[in-house]
Design a protein around this ligand. Structure first.
Ligand SMILES: *Cc1c(COP(=O)(O)O)cnc(C)c1O
Length: 382
């Protein structure tokens, strides 16, 4: 008897791959909101690569854009103008209402770029970020990421950052001084478990930035690109950021990140760069992704409301298709039960069940997800 396919993945992983992840499934195929594991079992994917597969898995328009471009030119370097790069920058500037864009390969690198831009243009040194905030795991972005368990083993990080309670404008006023280059904030905290602040929090940060000269850096890596029903979550408020970072959903799973900044805020010659960033394939994938999202964006909030109705009794926190439900320490068990019933969900921090399905998820699929979650909870005493 041979090993099942998942065991083969596991055996190679245990022997040859550094054990930084906890996992027990292999996903090998996807289409729309569905994925299949190595044993052929089908799931509705409410994880979507953690809010990445925005247009669903292997959307034909995205696949075609990547394949077409792969036949023409895969890489050439930013020493040259790059196919699709200018078109994508224009599109991002238009949908975000910002002035210019710069690309990276991930969310963490987008954070690093934003921190560098804030420092080099303000000439100031320090940053303020928020408790339970997440901005990435590079040495730079880690310095503004809260979670002590993932940050402290790597200190010193060479970047002075003060953490303030999320939502605490009085505390923020005290933490910002004349040497603060930027305040970095998620408009909805994602890794923390979908924590939605009042609109007045973001407008309050804007006011503090205006009075101190610190830049307002809004990390939309998870919330951006239509996830919440608008291109940016900050567009639900009147606050106008100085810098916005994007990644996860931007290219349907092709690695890419971006920052967009307001007028008079840009990198000058040689101040920043990256070999792969803004390459032809990534830009083609992102442009196709935006084309798909443009069509489905008006429906995202309605789909979120459908989840809201279905999950009402559990007091879900919902904006568009970013959904958090507090489940406590039973969260991993619920995640497991849902998987058994063919629905992938994810436990974010503090026992918060997080659902970030593809934006293309259908009403029928939403109803099935809701039924499965009710079923899982029915068998588990909270
Ligand atoms: C995921 C995430 C990041 C980091 O993105 P990577 O692509 O994993 O480096 C940064 N900020 C937020 C808000 C995120 O959700």
């Amino acid at each position: 008897m041979g090993m099942d396919k998942t065991s083969q993945f596991k055996a190679l992983d245990e022997r040859y791959y550094m054990p930084a992840f906890s996992r027990d499934m292999a996903l090998v195929k996807g289409k729309g909101s569905l994925v299949w594991d190595a044993e052929g079992k089908e799931y509705i994917d409410c994880v979507a690569g953690i809010a990445v597969c925005s247009t669903g898995h292997c959307h034909p328009a995205v696949v075609k854009a990547i394949c077409d471009q792969a036949h023409e030119l895969i890489h050439c370097s930013n020493l040259y103008y790059i196919p699709h790069q200018g078109d994508l920058a224009k599109k991002l500037v238009e949908i975000t209402g910002m002035h210019k864009a710069f690309f990276s390969n991930s969310g963490a690198e987008a954070t690093d770029g934003a921190l560098k831009l804030a420092r080099v243009r303000t000439g100031k040194k320090k940053f303020v970020a928020f408790v339970h905030g997440f901005h990435g795991r590079t040495i730079g972005s880690l310095a503004v990421t809260y979670k002590p368990a993932i940050r402290e083993p790597f200190e010193p990080l060479g970047l002075n950052c003060t953490f303030v309670e999320y939502g605490d404008l009085e505390g923020l006023k005290k933490a910002v001084d004349s040497d603060t280059a930027g305040i970095i904030v998620e408009p909805i905290q994602g890794e923390a478990g979908v924590i939605i602040p009042p609109d007045s929090f973001l407008t309050g940060i804007r006011e503090i930035c205006d009075s101190t000269g610190a830049l307002m850096i809004v990390d939309e890596v998870q919330t951006g690109m239509g996830r919440t029903g608008k291109w940016l979550a900050v567009q639900y408020t009147k606050a106008k950021p100085d810098i916005v970072t994007l990644a996860k959903g931007i290219a349907s799973g092709f690695p890419m990140g971006a920052l967009v900044a307001r007028e008079d805020l840009e990198f000058k010659k040689s101040e920043h760069g990256s070999t792969f960033a803004g390459g032809p394939l990534a830009c083609a994938a992102a442009l196709a992704t935006i084309g798909v999202i443009e069509k489905i964006l008006p429906d995202v909030s309605r789909k979120g409301d459908r989840f809201r109705q279905g999950l009402e009794e559990y007091n879900p926190r919902i904006r568009g298709l970013m959904i958090g439900v507090t489940m406590g320490d039973k969260c991993p068990e619920i995640q497991k039960k849902c998987a058994e019933e063919g629905v992938l969900v994810n436990c974010a921090a503090d026992g918060n069940l997080r659902l970030v399905p593809p934006l293309v998820i259908s009403d029928k699929e939403i109803d099935r997800v809701v039924r499965v979650i009710h079923g899982a909870l029915g068998t588990i005493v909270l």
